[in-house]
Design a protein around this ligand. Structure first.
Ligand code: UD1
Length: 363
């Protein structure tokens, strides 16, 4: 019997591990698949609701790390994860995405000579000011198996000297979850709850430090929301970081009453809001991919994206991190100037099965 531990830590990890866990169930007789939650995200609406929505079992291990500086969070995860690895001696550790839990657990496993697989490898923004870029670069350097979602990753990994025979183009596990839960999401009832009409509202999310940490940018963000709310209803589920900063800078009350502010929203309800929106404005990585799959117009308020396929063939518009540019583009789109997109190769709902087959073969 082989033992595999998959790591989840922060909100964007849960929808990536859920399809893997499901795919491993087919091999239950030969593989024990366990889940370790580092506790990087811990609020009910940033974590527990995703386990329920994605039908994930309670994690086998919970490290309870919580928030802190990068060093404190990353080191805390390493110390606790090492204990689990020494006790469980798994044959493989699977990490996903680019959060602090991803690099912390990869590094811990690697130092104990335990093999690691990185799902969603090879994405690069080429902006080393982003903590995620550092996490991606380092995780890929020390992982044994690299599963990639788009072709740009092949070139990125080659340029970094990573051997081809570690790299597997398998598609996007996040799209596996999206496809699987879309039928359920259409019945969610969130639109009625928020009094929104399908295809007649703008969904916004913003949480990156580079977009929400300075007072100037937050003022511009409030201006952007207020200006769009004159044209369409705006729904803005607020990430805890953004909420705290809006409160600290006394800006939360400057947001127009026509903007619907909500707590972070669970997976199924959020998918429903995405699917039915006319336009999404975001700085999230995953949402750029989800909107591309759904053919929804997406404005990414950043100057780089590690997911270039969403701009090249998808419905993503990369406008730079000035909110003024986002506003100009939003007005064009709401006036009908939309971009038609295509679904990238292998974003077909079967990526987790491909990954699991390769892993079984390699173990
Ligand atoms: C992390 C990831 C980011 C990902 C994002 C999704 C890193 C470096 N960043 O950023 O790539 O896009 O998750 O949300 O790993 N907080 C709560 N409750 C929670 C979690 C966080 O209130 O459950 C607050 C805390 O004040 C914390 C802050 O949010 O200090 C930031 O949390 P943190 O885990 O450091 O990073 P995120 O900004 O969420």
């Amino acid at each position: 019997m082989k033992k595999i531990i998959s790591v989840v830590g922060a909100r964007p990890n849960f929808m990536k591990v859920a399809p893997l866990h499901k795919a491993f169930q087919k091999y239950r007789d030969s593989v024990q698949h366990l889940i370790c939650h580092t506790g990087q995200h811990y609020d009910e609406n940033m974590s527990k609701v995703f386990f329920e929505d994605l039908e994930l079992p309670k994690p086998d291990f919970y490290l309870g790390i919580g928030s802190g500086s990068h060093a404190k969070q990353t080191a805390g995860i390493m110390v606790e994860f090492e204990k689990i690895l020494l006790q469980e001696k798994p044959d493989l550790v699977i990490v996903v995405g680019d959060v602090n839990s991803t690099i912390a657990c990869t590094l811990t496993a690697c130092k104990l000579h335990i093999k690691t697989a990185h799902v969603e490898a090879g994405l690069r923004s080429f902006d080393r000011d982003m903590p995620e870029e550092i996490n991606r670069l380092l995780t890929d350097q020390i992982s044994d198996l690299l599963f990639i979602t788009e072709k740009s990753s092949i070139y990125n990994l080659k340029n970094e000297g990573i051997s081809d025979n570690k790299v597997f183009f398998v598609g996007n596990v996040m799209i596996d979850s999206l496809k699987n839960y879309l039928p359920k999401a259409t019945k969610s009832g969130i639109l009625e709850k928020l009094s929104l009409k399908p295809h007649n509202y703008v969904l916004m999310t913003m949480h990156r430090p580079s977009n929400v940490d300075s007072q100037e940018q937050l003022k511009d963000l409030v201006h952007l929301m207020n200006s769009i709310s004159v044209k369409r209803k705006v729904i803005f589920p607020i990430h805890p970081r953004t909420k705290k900063n809006l409160e600290d800078y006394l800006l939360i009350n400057s947001i127009n009453k026509k903007v619907i502010l909500s707590e972070p929203i669970g997976y199924i309800d959020f998918l429903c809001l995405l699917r039915q929106s006319e336009l999404v404005i975001t700085d999230s990585g995953g949402i750029q991919e989800e909107t591309t799959y759904l053919g929804i117009q997406c404005i990414t308020s950043r100057s780089t994206t590690e997911r270039p396929i969403t701009v090249e063939i998808g419905t993503n518009h990369l406008v730079g991190d000035s909110y003024q540019k986002a506003e100009e583009k939003a007005l064009q789109i709401l006036n009908g100037k939309i971009k038609k997109g295509k679904i990238p190769d292998f974003w077909d709902g079967n990526s987790a099965e491909r990954i699991v087959k390769i892993i079984i073969d390699k173990l």
